[in-house]
Design a protein around this ligand. Structure first.
Ligand code: XIL
Length: 375
């Protein structure tokens, strides 16, 4: 497989002996191949898979970025601006500027929008800790869901109603995370959240979203079992749930493997009647020993390929979203672990590089779409 990077290397070598205009024409042809019929969204669409990305509020002001995402994707999710903290500066007050901008952009370009998220233990408002009590937490949660779901009613393809509710290591019953919501409301916060969301926006697919539930390790197996048990409980309680989001924040060079665990997770979710979305795909390359760009990109792209080939075998998987677009803006560079161990080596986890040119993962995603059965 020739990546654009390999191609550019070859093209610049060839430029020495070829007429420059000939090289330019070839370059233009290659450029074309990634847009139009060559785009991620077109390759996905042929197989019935949505191609999406997380968008940061600041990036959306950049015109080159806007052009690229409108060309490549048919689904967007806001990286931060629809979370409770970023939305709500004071109790009952909301600042919609960034969230509205993304929804308007998507409407203008006929893209779908995922909503992320209503209920999470992280990125809560600053005021939450001093304000939420056992007496009012349920009302705060329900009012929040009603407010946000109501504002975007009919415009959201799927909502992450609850994000990351399982943490087996916390030692709570059913593997539930000891989140502020759990502590203030009790385990029924989950059912209440889903019922509220269904009522507020009946057309949105209601998703449960989590990470570290799909690899073959023992820890992931425990978290997977607890997640599947939760989804099964939802179904038997009549709690409305339509989809499982597998965040897909994965790693290269750490030896984690995908196969049996992921197949089990997806097939069981499908057996419960759920759709499956890969919601936050990126490949952390801190574990790749080699510093050479080409070697790191090969390692990252190989992980994309292995992972996607297995996940997309199943027709239940209807969307693939990367967590970001360009390596320039990846959240992975801000993670504490990365700053401690790899501060001088920026991550290369996404389908576009710092100059918004396609990287090895771009081609890996497109090839995996081509290989996937039609759904
Ligand atoms: C991350 C954002 O990318 C960062 O900008 C922010 O500082 C922290 O949150 N799982 C999730 C996402 O569900 O919301 C997280 O996004 C990444 C992990």
């Amino acid at each position: 497989m020739i990546t654009r990077r390999d191609y550019l290397k070859q093209a610049s070598l060839a430029a020495g002996c070829l007429a420059v205009s000939g090289v330019r024409a070839f370059a233009a042809e290659q450029e074309q191949q990634i847009s139009g019929k060559g785009s991620l969204k077109e390759h996905g669409h042929k197989r019935g898979i949505m191609a999406g990305c997380a968008v940061g509020a600041r990036q959306l002001h950049d015109e080159a970025f806007q052009r690229l995402i409108a060309e490549q994707y048919n689904l967007v999710v806001s990286e931060n601006s629809m979370k409770f903290g970023p939305l709500s500066p004071k109790p009952g007050e909301y600042n919609w500027t960034d969230a509205d901008a993304l929804v308007d952009f998507a409407e203008k370009h006929k893209m779908k929008v995922r909503g992320h998220n209503f209920v999470w233990h992280a990125q809560l408002p600053m005021w939450f800790k001093g304000t939420a009590t056992k007496d009012n937490a349920k009302k705060i949660m329900v009012d929040h869901i009603n407010t946000v779901a109501g504002r975007y009613k009919g415009k959201i393809q799927a909502w992450d109603v609850v994000n990351e509710a399982i943490e087996v290591k916390d030692g709570m019953p059913d593997g539930l995370r000891k989140s502020p919501w759990y502590e203030l409301i009790g385990p029924e916060y989950l059912d209440i959240a889903y019922r509220t969301a269904r009522h507020a926006d009946p057309k949105a697919k209601l998703t449960y979203n989590d990470y570290s539930i799909e690899d073959d390790s023992e820890d992931n197996a425990k978290k997977r079992a607890a997640t599947l048990a939760l989804l099964k409980r939802f179904k038997s309680n009549g709690t409305p749930i339509d989809a499982l989001g597998i965040q897909s924040h994965i790693h290269a060079g750490t030896g984690e493997t995908y196969g049996k665990g992921m197949r089990e997770l997806i097939s069981r979710a499908q057996a419960l009647g759920l759709e499956v979305y890969l919601t936050e795909f990126d490949v952390n390359d801190d574990g790749v020993a080699d510093d050479d760009f080409a070697a790191r990109d090969r390692a990252v792209a190989a992980v994309y390929t292995d992972y996607l080939n297995i996940a997309l075998e199943s027709k239940a998987v209807k969307a693939v979203l990367t967590w970001g677009v360009s390596d320039k803006d990846t959240w992975l560079n801000g993670m504490r672990e990365h700053r401690e161990k790899r501060a001088n080596r920026r991550q290369r986890p996404l389908p576009f590089d710092n100059d918004l040119k396609p990287t090895a993962p771009f081609f890996a995603i497109r090839d995996a779409f081509d290989k996937a059965p039609h759904r």
